[in-house]
Design a protein around this ligand. Sequence first.
Ligand code: NAP
Ligand code: FE
Length: 388
Amino acid sequence: MVSNFYIPVEVFLGENATLKVGEVARRFGFKAVVITGKKSSKENGSLQKVLDSLKKHGISEVLIYDEVEPNPIDRNVNDAARLVVEEKVDLIIGLGGGSALDVAKAVSIVSSNEGSVWDYVKYPEGARLVPFYNRPVICIPTTSGTGSEVDRYSVVTNPIRKEKLVVSHSLNYPKVAIIDPLNTTSMSPYLTAVTGFDALTHALESLTNRADNFIAEEYSVKAIRIIAKWLPVAVNEPDNLEARKQMSYAAMLAGIAIDHLGVALIHTLEHPVSAHYPHVAHGVGLAILAPYVTKYNYEYRKDKYSLFAELMGYPSEPHKAVDSLVEFIDTLGLPKTLKDVGVEKEKLDRLTEDVYMLSRHSFIVNPREPKELDEIRELYESAYEGNL
Ligand code: NAP
Ligand code: FE
């Protein structure tokens, strides 16, 4: 096996890293847009910190696009891209959770090329000339979960078709990630748990899937160890800065891991859930599905699941991976069934069909490759009823 490793993102990590944004932005131009969510960056003061730092370093014109919604939709990307083109913006700053960062990165691709965001889903590398200029993106996460600040993915929903799709391209990396744990202290315990569980699932799926990368798996291992120890602390003590720093670090490590190794069936099954039910946060869907998919998988990669169990503080046995997840989810107070979060039983067929239509190409990297669609339907059904 040959492992490769490449991450073209400069990272600043630490308390008050946000104050660096003006200095960093100056490298890229004088006119910036800040792409952010509707409320949280104003409420927690992170937007003001960014604006002050930009002003101090002579970024004379700053536009704000603050319409990004959780589980962002195509309109968010296309509208912000139009603004960037019309206003001849030099650089893009994504500030917020994974939704704002994913939009900021996709806006760079769409505004620097032609078309809509859908033209860049499954866009093959090298299929056209790389543009000589791709607007630089600075990502400033305010959650500790997605790892979007260091990876090449943007997850965007088509609200008409109710499809959540992934732009995955080397032009979609940000140039700089500014990771400041102080920006995450305003997260509620619940949001901390939800986003932290996303990071854990990235680490779990990148470690156990069949992509295999000796270098990048170490990032998954380290992330799992940190999250097992520090996520419950961050949930119970929102102002514990060490816990916030460890979670920001772990989310970044897990983001680097999925950039190299991808995810697997837990994510594949989650995407149709939050596409049809946008009120269900990505991390909530993952937490509901993770025990069921892990039970389905663990016999097929016993060594990796034993390692996962051990890193979670359990005996090093594959089936303990399931127990460790169930108990962790319980500790975090996350929902346990699809029924609990308002998924309708009659939608399970449609969710299954969407997995088949949109993501069956990903089955091959899952530890156990699903052969029949019934297997997917049964996983949804079990997660709906709570039959583990
Ligand atoms: P999010 O959808 O970005 O944000 C969820 C909620 O948290 C929003 O209401 C947001 O408010 C609020 N929020 C954000 N930061 C906060 C803070 N510091 N304090 C208080 N509230 C805060 O959540 P996320 O889990 O980070 O991102 C989820 C999205 O990322 C999903 O679409 C998922 O599919 C995608 N994702 C991407 C990747 C990737 O590799 N790129 C990986 C996994 C998931 P406002 O809207 O008001 O800001
Ligand atoms: Fe995720």
